[in-house]
Ligand binder design. Structure first.
Ligand SMILES: [Zn+2]
Length: 446
């Protein structure tokens, strides 16, 4: 057992309990044994958290790790312009490139306070090898709790979709490979380090048949469903022209609303759509920096929360949001909400809740992750807030959310350290950067 003490604690429990000077005790089972104010009265190994704040580990609810290999391209494009520039490059991905990109992306996420990340991988080149295995290996090495999704695309340009023919799969092959990924990798246990979800890519790259059969597959297997929805005006126009309805109406028609579904973005939602998401318990992965980078718009987060929609944060793929820093998304979420709705639209506690408990709900892990409560998994981040960038802000939670990106003093996943004093425990940032650079060069030059 280990005690973290002399530390501010933001528990993100139902009452938002906050201790300006408290402790957290991690048990030998990798779960939280105690949390409270003041010191813990027992003779146990101690970590001195003076100058720090401990929060639940951040949960990343939307990402495309492979995109680390194609950062810095199509910098001034809309989503559709950016995608059509990048699809041909992604058609040359292979397992080595995806492994290097995932290592860099996950290493950077860990250093930004993330302890659990999903990944949405939907490009499977025919001769590219086992790209899903490559990113799972990267997560295992670094110790990050991982929720990769088996994505897919089967609607290419010749059938009225956006992607070129060489990056899509045949519908039956995509479904069979998705089922095989669940059988091989998905761990349903409460302590799981690895869970799979089913994730056809988007309305403009997936057929209606793949969408509806993917939903049936996920429910038959007891895993969750994810896709992109309502990200841009272009997508809304596409849905109205092709399907005669809004993206959310389209999703509902195909069985894609429910408390086992979370949707990436949800930027362009009218009042009726928000009400349907709330009534069905459908989650939203809010990606404010990516939405800003692509000029897609600002999600109506206040309204989503007021309708009890589970909302998590996502960095989105690192080619549409080069910073890819989950800690910074806390501030970006707060700013985005306030640009739309004024200073009362979102506060620091709510921003932290999006990044922790909201994310855990999107991934279906709210019983074991997302808050610091006795019995939950000890996925914790100790943020250092007494350096030049933060010292002098009395409220440590305000310092974390309003201040610059905070250094991670200690990050635990199931009680095991993955970051200590700003360094990866199970990897080397320079090596990861070098491997990512090599992958980028190989992909762009071939
Ligand atoms: Zn995305």
């Amino acid at each position: 057992m280990i005690v973290i003490e002399n530390v501010a604690v933001a528990t993100v429990d139902a009452e938002d309990t906050y201790h300006a000077d408290g402790h957290v005790v991690v048990g030998d089972d990798g779960r939280i044994a105690a949390v409270g104010a003041g010191r813990f009265p027992a003779d146990l190994p101690r970590v001195d958290g003076t100058g720090c704040l401990v929060t639940p580990g951040l949960v990343n609810t939307h990402h495309h790790l492979y995109q680390w290999a194609t950062r810095g391209l199509a910098l001034d494009e809309t989503l559709f312009g950016w995608l059509t520039t990048l699809y041909p490059i992604w058609g040359r991905l292979d397992a080595e490139i995806v492994g290097a990109a995932a290592g860099a992306g996950l290493g950077w996420l860990a250093l930004s306070g993330c302890t659990t990340s999903m990944d949405h991988h939907y490009v499977f080149p025919r001769d590219g090898g086992d790209v899903l295995e490559a990113e799972i290996e990267a997560a295992r090495r670094l110790g990050v709790r991982f929720h990769p999704t088996r994505g897919s695309m089967d609607l290419s340009r010749k059938d009225g979709g956006l992607p070129p023919d060489n990056v899509v799969e045949k519908t039956d092959e995509a479904l069979a490979a998705t089922e095989a990924a669940i059988d091989r990798w998905h761990d349903p246990s409460p302590d799981a380090m690895l869970q799979i979800a089913v994730a056809p890519c988007s309305p403009f790259s997936v057929t209606e048949r793949l969408m509806s059969e993917a939903a049936e597959l996920a429910r038959r297997k007891g895993v969750r469903l994810h896709t992109h929805l309502a990200e841009t005006d272009d997508e809304e126009d596409f849905c109205r022209e092709r399907f005669g309805c809004t993206p959310v109406e389209y999703a509902e028609r195909l069985g894609w609303l429910g408390d086992d579904v979370w949707l990436a973005h949800g930027v362009h939602l009218d009042d009726a759509a928000i009400a349907r998401l709330g009534a069905t318990g459908t989650g939203v992965a809010h990606c404010p920096s990516s939405n800003a980078r692509l000029g897609a718009g600002a999600a109506r987060v206040r309204e989503l929360l007021d309708h009890r929609v589970p909302v998590g944060l996502g960095v989105d793929g690192s080619a549409s949001q080069e910073a890819a820093h989950l800690g910074e998304e806390l501030r970006q979420a707060l700013y985005t909400a306030r640009i739309r709705g004024g200073p009362g639209a979102l506060n620091a506690r709510e921003a932290l809740r999006l990044g922790t408990m909201g994310g855990a709900r999107c991934l279906g892990r709210q019983d074991d992750l997302g808050s610091i409560e006795v019995g939950k998994l000890a996925d914790l981040v100790v943020w250092r807030l007494d350096g030049l960038g933060h010292e002098g802000i009395d409220d440590k939670l305000a310092a974390l959310v309003f201040g610059p990106a905070a250094p991670v003093e200690l990050s635990l996943v199931g009680g095991r350290p993955i970051v200590e004093r700003g360094e990866l425990v199970h990897g080397d940032a320079e090596t990861l950067a070098r491997e990512a650079r090599r992958a980028h060069d190989r992909l762009l030059r071939t």
